[in-house]
Design a protein around this ligand. Structure first.
Ligand code: GDP
Length: 621
């Protein structure tokens, strides 16, 4: 009650007393002597705490001031420029924002014009779009099968999300991700990877909604279009109808006075496909796609996944410069050295020129399709830049999910009863599971409580997840992925809950119960320790014995274990045996070596991590 009156009092003062807070008896009055700040300069997002420090005030004063203005924030909330200005205005402080163009903003640099003299021709990068069932996949397959370069044995290219074919001695790159999602997702992330779009229309079906969408996307991206009239082998094929319907969408053929090229094909039987490829070359010559190959590489992520054995595996399209094995790269917020680079035939290569798709390993995290990459001279620099980018990302995510909430919202919530929002971070071994969990979690409907997924990604649970969770009061859900000991400690320090599952419906059930306020597990799985595999001994009859160092907590003979490789759970089971030297041990604690086997499991490798857990009874609250 008292607080409400207070608020009203302050509101009344608003607007008629510019010098308000100094000597009036309000909570703003500084209790201690302070040096008054007249001017501040900042260059990035500021949290409430950071702004308070610059203003030489307590964070609580800033929080109170913003509360009066109708915004609820916490000490960790990030403030936008406008709010920073408002706060400063209230206290008569001049504020200046420094704009610093950092090396870490390499998306901006990609747009920079290059010196014409340094540019050389490069293969066009082509995307195939069109309505479902009109033949996109068939066309991609036919091109792949029939135009693999001579001498490239095996012929069958592996699926890395893009491939190159040889047309009359010239290369053409195809993005092997049909569908508009990939194209739009990349464009939405600011990536420009496609030079040319082929819109496939089935001659027996006509222009359909996704055909129109494809035309819109291509137009919005400002790239040339070739219309492939497909399925001309079919009895019901009606080419004229397609041409007239596509002309209505602004794609008039040359014979009607327009400038759109049409190609009649049968993707299934290969008819006209070679002509289509030659047409791509003709269009490419007109547009003259070029890049400078003699510089450090830049480009875009086409696909990325976490592989159980190899760690993050990323398909990159090199767009400028040349990428070499051993180069240090920053990809989105991940970084690393290109340890191994393979082409679309699975062959190891040492360098990749502009327009070449390559699969690389060596990154420390899984990036997202559409992320931009850049190579750097030194690994140290790459690491620094990746860290800067990660911090910027965390700051902006914190901003987006910040605790800011207007008083109106608050009032409405109170009226509705204890309304809460559960923020979640979802990490899984593959992007598909992360998305599936996200979709199901967001559908959970328990009155008044909303699930808000603030990050769902493929990859191990990392420190950045803990930081984001901490900044936005989120719970972390892991599917088939585990945090390492360091991350687990950090989570404990920050008071972040990590729930680990490998069955989606169990996680959903748990979440739903939690939201109903019914989560009172009798038993809870508690991780009691971790060990690293240092050596492997294969012994016939016994199987694989792992020589380990217990790095955290302890391992007990009866405990459950998980085998983790590169952050991914490979196997869950029980210990077969636990020994210190030759003797059976009941328990081996941190800092000691031990030998162990896992029941019914022998695929243990050096550097694997063994996580030990026990079911422990939890006192109901
Ligand atoms: P997408 O959904 O656009 O990728 O279409 P698909 O490539 O999966 O093709 C859908 C169906 O059309 C499949 O059954 C193909 O075999 C068939 N199809 C594709 N191209 C042709 C073609 O040129 N002629 C005929 N007769 N069938 C085709």
């Amino acid at each position: 009650m008292a607080r409400q009156q207070h608020r009203r009092g302050n509101n009344n003062r608003k607007g008629n007393n510019n010098n308000r807070s100094r000597n009036t008896n309000t909570n703003f009055t500084p209790k201690k002597e302070r040096v008054e700040v007249k001017e501040i300069t900042y260059n990035g997002p500021l949290s409430v705490g950071e702004l308070a420090e610059k203003l030489n005030r307590n964070a609580s004063e800033v929080i109170k001031l913003l509360f009066m203005m109708g915004t609820m924030v916490t000490i960790n909330s990030t403030l936008d420029d406008e709010t920073i200005e408002l706060v400063c205005m209230e206290w008569n402080v001049d504020v200046h924002k420094e704009i610093i163009i950092e090396e870490s903003d390499f998306e901006e640099q990609m747009e920079e014009a290059e010196d014409e003299a340094l540019l050389e021709n490069r293969p066009p990068v082509v995307t195939i779009m069109g309505h479902v069932d009109h033949g996109k996949t068939t066309l991609l397959d036919t091109i792949r099968k029939t135009h693999v370069t001579e001498g490239e044995f095996g012929g069958i290219t592996q699926h890395i999300g893009a491939y190159q074919v040889n047309v009359k001695g010239k290369r053409v790159t195809f993005l092997d991700t049909p569908g508009h999602e990939a194209f739009t997702a990349m464009r939405a992330r600011g990536a420009k990877v496609t030079d040319l779009v082929i819109i496939v229309v089935a001659a027996d079906d006509g222009v359909m909604p996704q055909t129109k969408e494809a035309v819109d996307h291509a137009k919005a991206a400002g790239v040339p279009v070739i219309v492939a009239v497909n399925k001309i082998d079919k009895a019901g094929a009606n080419r004229e109808r397609i041409v007239s319907e596509m002309s209505e969408l602004g794609l008039m053929p040359e014979e009607w006075g327009g400038d759109t090229i049409y190609a009649d094909i049968s993707a299934k039987f290969g008819t006209g496909v070679s002509d289509l490829l030659e047409t791509i070359l003709v269009v490419s010559e007109v547009y003259n796609f070029r890049a400078n190959p003699n510089k450090l590489a830049t480009g875009t992520v086409i696909e990325a996944k976490l592989d159980k054995g190899r760690g993050p595996v990323t398909t990159l399209l090199v767009q400028g410069g040349t990428l070499h094995t051993g180069d240090a790269v920053v990809v989105g917020t991940a970084f690393g050295k290109v340890r191994k680079m393979t082409d679309d035939h699975g062959r190891e290569i040492k360098k990749a020129l502009p327009s070449t798709p390559v699969e690389i390993i060596g990154l420390n995290d899984v990036p997202i399709a559409g992320d931009i990459f850049k190579a750097f001279d030194h690994e140290k620099k790459a690491r620094q830049i990746a860290e800067t980018r990660l911090n910027n990302k965390i700051a902006s995510e914190r901003n987006a999910t910040g605790a800011a909430m207007s008083l109106d919202d608050l009032a409405r919530q109170i009226e509705e009863g204890e309304v809460q929002e559960v923020n979640l971070i979802i990490k899984a071994d593959v992007q598909g599971s992360a998305e599936a969990v996200r979709a199901s979690m967001e559908k959970i409907d328990v009155q008044g409580v909303r699930v808000n997924v603030i990050r769902s990604q493929a990859g191990a649970i990392t420190e950045s997840d803990i930081l984001l969770a901490s900044a936005s009061h989120a719970v972390i859900y892991g599917f088939n992925v585990r945090p390492n000991a360091l991350v687990r400690k950090k989570a404990e320090e920050e008071g972040i809950e990590i729930r680990l599952h490998n069955i989606i419906y169990k996680a959903l059930e748990e979440m739903e119960n939690a939201m109903k306020g019914m989560l009172a597990p009798v038993y809870e799985e508690v991780v009691i320790g971790q060990a690293e595999v240092r050596q492997i001994y294969k012994v016939s009859k016994v199987g694989t014995i792992a020589g380990c160092m217990v790095t955290d907590g302890c391992l007990r003979k009866e405990c459950g274990v998980r085998l983790i490789r590169e952050g991914v759970v490979i196997y869950t089971g029980k210990l077969g045996s636990l020994k210190r030297f030759q003797n059976d041990a009941k328990e081996v604690t941190s800092g000691y070596e031990c030998g162990l086997t896992i029941e019914n499991f022998n695929d243990i490798k050096v550097d694997d991590v063994i996580e030990a857990y026990e079911d422990q009874q939890v006192e109901p609250e």
